[in-house]
Design a protein around this ligand. Structure first.
Ligand code: ADP
Ligand code: ADP
Length: 239
């Protein structure tokens, strides 16, 4: 039951040296895999190459039985609907409320028009509110997100990801801007999404302690290459 199969993923930016070099990884449903490594190791390049926000130079990505690197633009868009993303700087629309941001995740640009006209369906609003409840943010649903703390904004980011009913969540340094307490809350929500919803999560982190505590598996990147793969216990045994 491998959901995501990455083989030999490689990226050169404009003829430069390889910033991602022959990285392979299998991720099963409900698994949380952390990608660790210092700044510049290629973590972000790796995550973005999986759903082709960055076009990989070489390699293969099979997601849910389809070869992502061979999809046409239209099929890629359909495939990305089941791959949600979470970003370090949340990528929320600041002047909108939490629930409007979550609805935006489901409806994309149409939500701007729908929102202006008050055209969200009751079902869409119910699902968005439920996603905010799932991350403990129901009380903040009608607050503008620029009034929220970083940890709260990231939980709205997770809610926006959840309303897409993803099979996979790609989380690019989701806690890098957060204090330890908020980081823990965010990691607990990702762990919950993996365990209770069966969503596969690939999470880049530079905090190894959180990777050890919350992952099923950890891969280490250095200069674009995979230099380690194992369970958290394998890392602590070696240390
Ligand atoms: P990380 O996420 O681990 O910090 P990145 O994937 O952001 O690492 O970067 C890996 C390497 O690729 C770095 O050397 C970075 O400077 C380079 N890089 C990233 N994006 C680009 C780009 N658009 N053009 C050229 N080089 C890039
Ligand atoms: P739209 O279809 O609404 O025009 P865009 O493709 O312009 O959406 O992306 C809107 C935002 O969503 C951007 O911040 C982009 O980085 C982010 N994004 C792109 N692809 C995905 C994805 N698969 N899942 C979640 N967010 C994504």
């Amino acid at each position: 039951d491998v959901l995501l199969r990455v083989r030999g993923l490689t990226k050169c930016y404009q003829g430069d040296e390889k910033r991602l070099d022959d990285v392979s990884l299998d991720v099963r449903k409900g698994e949380l895999v952390s990608v660790i490594g210092p700044s510049g190791a290629g973590k972000s390049t790796f995550l973005h190459s999986i759903n082709r926000l960055i076009e990989p130079t070489e390699g293969s990505v099979v997601f849910d039985g389809r070869e992502v690197t061979e999809l046409s633009r239209g099929d890629l868009r359909a495939c990305r609907r089941r791959i949600s993303m979470i970003f370090q700087h949340y990528n929320l629309v600041h002047r909108l409320t939490a629930i409007e941001n979550v609805l935006h995740g489901r409806l994309g640009y149409k939500s701007t028009i729908a929102g202006a006209l008050g055209l969200y369906s009751e079902e869409e609003k119910r699902r968005a509110f439920e996603a905010l409840e799932q991350v403990g943010m129901a009380d903040f649903a009608y607050k503008r997100v620029d009034r929220l703390s970083g940890g709260q904004m990231q939980r709205v980011g997770i809610a926006r990801a959840l309303v897409q009913d993803p099979l996979l969540m790609l989380c690019d340094e989701p806690i890098a801007s957060l204090d330890p307490k908020s980081s823990r809350t965010v990691m607990e929500r990702l762990r919950w999404a993996a365990d209770d919803l069966g969503i596969a999560c690939v999470v880049s982190l530079h905090q190894i302690d959180f990777a050890l505590e919350f992952s099923d598996r950890i891969i280490g990147l250095s200069k674009g290459r995979k230099v380690f793969e194992g369970a958290p216990a394998d890392l602590t045994d070696e240390a």
